[in-house]
Ligand binder design. Structure first.
Ligand SMILES: *[C@@H]1O[C@H](CO)[C@@H](O)[C@H](O)[C@H]1NC(C)=O
Ligand SMILES: *[C@@H]1O[C@H](CO)[C@@H](O)[C@H](O)[C@H]1NC(C)=O
Length: 286
């Protein structure tokens, strides 16, 4: 009987509290920042039109003092943080030069001319992969010979992936092996990626190959075109060289023979002609 009474009282009380407290809401979207770039934490008021921000306080969960606060235009705390410009209606925040240490859960306290709200928000930080580096082994490749193509990308976080394509766009990724090497160096997280594409017999006209580096959300972070240096087949070069030489020699021989023949012909004609004339001259004397 007693507990029923309490419940009755409580259930009467709750709607009254709610209606006065939940007239408006403050909400922030989950935020993913990029290392060293500017991150915006998007927040907005719900169910209210005329509202003005008086002060904001951002505190890391588990800490007492705000990491950042702004009262009117007076900012204090971490200088990389600020309220987004022109946002009296929107309590969105901006972090410049985002760092991995910005990751985590925060209490966000916003005081307005219509009361205050205290919500939790979360920030995670990713890092872009740097320009991929490529190489081939062996360095010079024989047509129809074996080759391994390498493509490495560093400084990205979380782990991404690498795909391979030939000049016609055929996907060769299933022939490759990806290794991931996670590191944390003075608070900076990264996962180095190294992909090895092995081909037992490469047709050189498939080159150039492309290695594309994707981040953990499968968005392209980098691309490198990998040309393949063919082995210059020396025996072929020599034989084709000597072939040209013998052709040239043949032309010279035939040419000189022809010229010689022409001279010989001319000489004989001349000689015959002179003889005939001489013969004619001699005749009357005989
Ligand atoms: C790529 O990474 C692998 C494994 O860490 C290494 O053996 C190879 O030398 C690297 N290649 C280049 C071009 O950096
Ligand atoms: C290429 O192949 C890999 C592995 O089979 C696959 O994960 C990837 O989605 C493919 N990419 C495209 C663009 O088809």
């Amino acid at each position: 009987m007693y507990s029923v009474k309490i419940m009755f009282v409580v259930s009467l009380f709750i709607p009254a509290v709610r209606s006065s407290k939940d007239l408006w809401k403050l909400e922030c979207l989950p935020t993913v920042g990029i290392l060293a770039e500017t991150t915006v934490i998007r927040c907005y008021f719900k169910d209210i039109k005329d509202i003005e921000i008086v002060a904001v306080y951002l505190t890391k969960v588990g800490e007492d003092k705000p990491l950042f606060s702004q009262e009117e235009s007076k900012r204090s705390g971490d200088k990389r943080f600020k309220l987004l410009e022109n946002s009296t209606m929107r309590p969105s925040l901006q972090i410049s030069e985002t760092m991995f240490s910005d990751e985590g859960e925060y209490h966000y306290h916003v005081t307005t001319d219509s009361g205050f709200k205290d919500i939790k928000l979360s920030i995670s930080v990713t890092a872009r992969y740097k320009n991929p580096v490529t190489s081939t082994w062996p360095e010079k490749v024989m047509d129809r010979g074996p080759v391994s193509l390498y493509c490495n990308a560093t400084d990205g976080y979380p782990a991404g992936t690498i795909n391979w394509f030939d000049r016609s766009g055929t996907n060769w990724t299933s022939n490759s092996v990806l290794t991931k090497d996670p590191k944390v160096i003075s608070g900076v997280k990264s996962v180095a990626l190294s992909s090895k594409l092995t081909l037992k017999s490469i047709a050189l006209d498939l080159a150039p190959f492309k290695c594309i580096v994707f981040n953990s959300k499968y968005v392209q972070d980098g691309l490198k075109t990998l040309d393949i240096t063919p082995v210059l087949d020396e025996t072929n070069m020599v034989s084709s060289g000597s072939k040209t030489k013998s052709i040239v020699a043949g032309v010279i021989v035939i040419g000189s023979l022809t010229v010689g023949l022409l001279f010989a012909l001319l000489f004989f004609r001349k000689r015959n002609h002179t003889r005939y004339e001489q013969g004619n001259d001699d005749d009357p004397e005989k």
